[in-house]
Design a binder for this molecule. Structure first.
Ligand code: ADP
Ligand code: MG
Length: 714
């Protein structure tokens, strides 16, 4: 059967995969034989070199081969505890092997059998050495020394470099090894060698030739059942040619899907194309309160160039906290509005929405644009008037949360959608992001920089603009890491800052699992601070408050009437109060690195020097120590993003597993970043040049369909 047909078979087709196991495998995202084969071993163990029993030492992990002298359940003093043990002998000596709580082995391991064991050697009281809970295989007569080079299934697990898989539900590593073996037999009996593989390969031939990579079939064999002369170290570093080839394939298929989406987007014609002339340039300049930085100017130029194209913009604007993304988006909005078009400006939270609304209204004061706010706090009556006005085109710019704009609003001439401070916008969700109906330009702005590798997977179908550096005159934020037993120091600094006329944030973590407790702690803290500083005005802000209350508190803080704002992380994103110069973060050990950076970005926004005090409660984990160290080491968001990715891994980077980070099958963003970069470039170039074969394209579509369900490419 052609390789490709076997690969697309459902897993039930393998012997031993019943409905229960199939369901468990499905839960782990494994549907087809291909899925299984692209699930790499977690690691490899060299079980090929048998050791003599005489040479065993405590602490070793060893493979031995010998004869079972006697075997049975041993008596133990602990009630209910069963210990199966076997005495095994080779030409050099004897050793006891024991398996706790596996009484069923009495029907499996019998006296006089030949057996191979792999496990940990331990000292066993005064009786010498034992090997505890080893993996084992019974060797049938005739298996050894057959010399054919083809092994019986019984010797998959030992006597070779053995792949070790992560357990999936009821499917153990041993079972998986058998399934993989079976699948590979179907592909190509006889191992990696054998007749050349004539079937289709998703990786273009010239790339394979250039890299000297093996064919798919060979690579799959060598990755799961490496030949005995392979280097275990190299295998465990996932650095063999076979492994790298499969990782590249994984990336390449995914990136080709993204490139196809991008390519298809470029074929769409949008209803409203903007023009830019001197008059419009003049209007934009009139809105500008300051001189743009070079980075801002470049980003704006790229955005405005996109707006003048016939196909809709799909652009990601990356910049550090405080880099000044908002004004860039606002200038793009002015261009759209001057073209007689409408703009939707979306933010993730009500607070941020309202802040944007205020900023925008102020920036556009005296200009002829009609701006409306569509927040949860807008009364039903207002909304009743607003929605038809938007539909008629009487409103030029609507600011609101994503949910509101996407659910309720019909536009007359929507040309530009700005999505601000977005962290959760994986490729998978983004399909549903654009406002229904029109094909507007879309500009997505990140809350903090996204590491390059993650941006390639998350946003490989978008174009990216990066604003490097911060506007002039910013003072770096001094960051102090302190045990919370030194809170008094923080209080003293608070007093000093407020006395100078500055304002202070005190941040409390609020994690969902312990929300009530945390909220109580935050409330208690706010009361304590109010007691300590009776002369200052102190208020509490948290996500459980009603929209009106929240907005009122934020308004008081923004206008300077409030000295100290005790808040949960609702201020995390985007809030801009330049007079706030001190931030005290309680339980800093509980926050993620990017989140801390986001928080710290709330200060250091004005003319005055700012300080961030990270209070931690001991004992803290190594990871927490690393995070806080990174915070005091650097304030460069691009550096912090990379560190955060290293510490957390891609699945957690966006703070939630459901962020839509696609699960790559074999590739690892950290380990295989170079291959990802290459796959990205190759895929884009080949899709643009139209050089991929029809089967290759069909394959990419099938994989995308299967892996990401809703998404269609091509
Ligand atoms: P972010 O990129 O985090 O969204 P903002 O757009 O909120 O940052 O900008 C941060 C602050 O910097 C705002 O107060 C804004 O007015 C100011 N700002 C932006 N660009 C400039 C500039 N070129 N010169 C001076 N101040 C600027
Ligand atoms: Mg912002």
């Amino acid at each position: 059967m052609p390789v490709n047909d076997v690969l697309q078979m459902p897993l039930q087709f393998l012997k031993g995969v019943g409905p229960r196991k199939a369901a468990d495998l499905k839960k782990a995202g494994l549907h087809t034989v291909e899925d299984l084969l692209f699930r790499f071993p977690r690691r490899y163990e060299d079980r090929s070199r048998m050791q003599t029993i005489l040479s065993l030492r405590p602490g070793m992990t060893a493979a031995i081969s010998g004869k079972v002298l006697n075997a049975g359940l041993a008596h133990t003093r602990r009630p209910g505890f069963k210990l199966f043990s076997a005495l095994v002998q080779d030409e050099s000596g004897q050793i006891q092997a024991v398996w706790p709580n596996q009484a069923f082995l009495k029907d499996v391991i019998k006296s006089q059998q030949r057996i191979v064991l792999f496990g940990k050697v331990e000292i066993w009281g005064s009786r010498g050495l034992q090997i505890t809970d080893p993996e084992f295989e019974i060797v049938r007569d005739g298996d050894q020394g057959s010399g054919s080079g083809e092994r019986g299934e019984e010797q998959l697990h030992t006597g070779r470099i053995a792949p070790v898989y992560e357990r999936t539900g009821s499917v153990t590593t041993n079972m998986q090894r058998r399934f993989v073996w079976q699948a590979l037999q179907q592909l190509a009996p006889g191992g990696a060698e054998g007749p050349p593989d004539a079937s289709f390969d998703p990786v273009p031939e010239d790339i394979l030739a250039r890299q000297r990579w093996p064919t798919r079939k060979t690579a799959l064999w060598q990755t799961h059942f490496p030949s005995s002369d392979a280097s275990v170290d190299q295998l465990n570093a996932f650095a063999t040619a076979a492994q790298r080839r499969l990782v590249f394939e994984d990336f390449f298929v995914f990136q080709t899907g993204l490139a196809l989406r991008r390519h298809e987007n470029a074929q769409v014609t949008k209803g409203l194309v903007c023009r830019v002339d001197d008059r419009i340039r003049q209007c934009a300049r009139a809105v500008l309160p300051f001189k743009l930085t070079g980075g801002q100017r470049d980003a704006l130029a790229e955005i405005v160039a996109d707006m003048q194209k016939a196909c809709p913009m799909q652009r990601l604007l990356q910049g550090d906290v405080g880099a000044g993304k908002t004004i860039v988006a606002l200038l793009a909005a002015v261009v759209a509005m001057e073209n007689g078009c409408q703009v939707a400006f979306m933010a993730p939270t009500e607070i941020l929405t309202e802040q944007h609304y205020r900023t925008i209204v102020q920036a556009l004061m005296g200009k002829p644009y009609r701006v409306a706010l569509l927040s949860g706090r807008v009364t039903a009556a207002t909304r009743r008037d607003l929605l038809p006005a938007i539909e008629r085109g009487d409103i030029n710019l609507v600011v609101g949360t994503q949910a509101l704009i996407q659910q309720h609003v019909k536009f007359k001439s929507l040309a530009l959608v700005v999505i601000d401070e977005q962290h959760r916008f994986g490729v998978v969700q983004r399909g549903t992001l654009a406002v229904k109906g029109a094909n507007p330009d879309v500009l997505v702005m990140t809350a903090t920089p996204i590491p390059r590798t993650l941006a390639l997977t998350e946003c490989g179908d978008m174009d990216v603009s990066v604003i490097r550096g911060l506007p002039p005159g910013r003072q770096p934020v001094r960051t102090l890491v302190r045990a919370d037993s030194r809170r008094d120091e923080a209080f003293a600094m608070m007093r000093q800052e407020v006395a100078r006329g500055r304002q202070v944030y005190v941040i409390y973590p609020l994690v969902e699992e312990s929300e009530k407790v945390d909220l109580k702690a935050a409330t208690a803290m706010s009361e304590q601070i109010a007691r300590v500083f009776p002369e200052f005005s102190v208020a509490l802000l948290h996500g459980r408050m009603k929209g009106d209350e929240k907005a009122a508190v934020m308004q008081r803080f923004a206008s300077g009437r409030l000295n100290i704002l005790v808040s949960t992380t609702v201020v995390e994103v985007g809030v801009d109060v330049p007079n706030a110069t001190l931030m005290v973060v309680e339980h800093a050990e509980r926050f993620g690195l990017s989140q801390l950076h986001q928080l710290r970005g709330r200060i250091g926004r004005g003319r005055h020097a700012s300080t961030c005090v990270l209070l931690y409660q001991a004992p803290w984990s190594d990871d927490a120590r690393e995070r806080l160290r990174a915070m005091s080491d650097t304030s460069d968001g691009f550096v912090i993003a990379e560190r955060d990715l290293q510490l957390r891994g891609p699945g957690d980077f966006f703070g939630t597993r459901q962020s839509g980070v696609p699960t790559l099958r074999a590739g690892d963003l950290m380990r295989d970043g170079d291959l990802l970069e290459r796959a990205f470039e190759e895929a884009r170039a080949r899709v643009e040049a139209g050089t991929l074969s029809a089967p290759q394209l069909a394959y990419v579509r099938a994989v995308w369909q299967r892996q990401f369900g809703l998404i269609t490419v091509g």
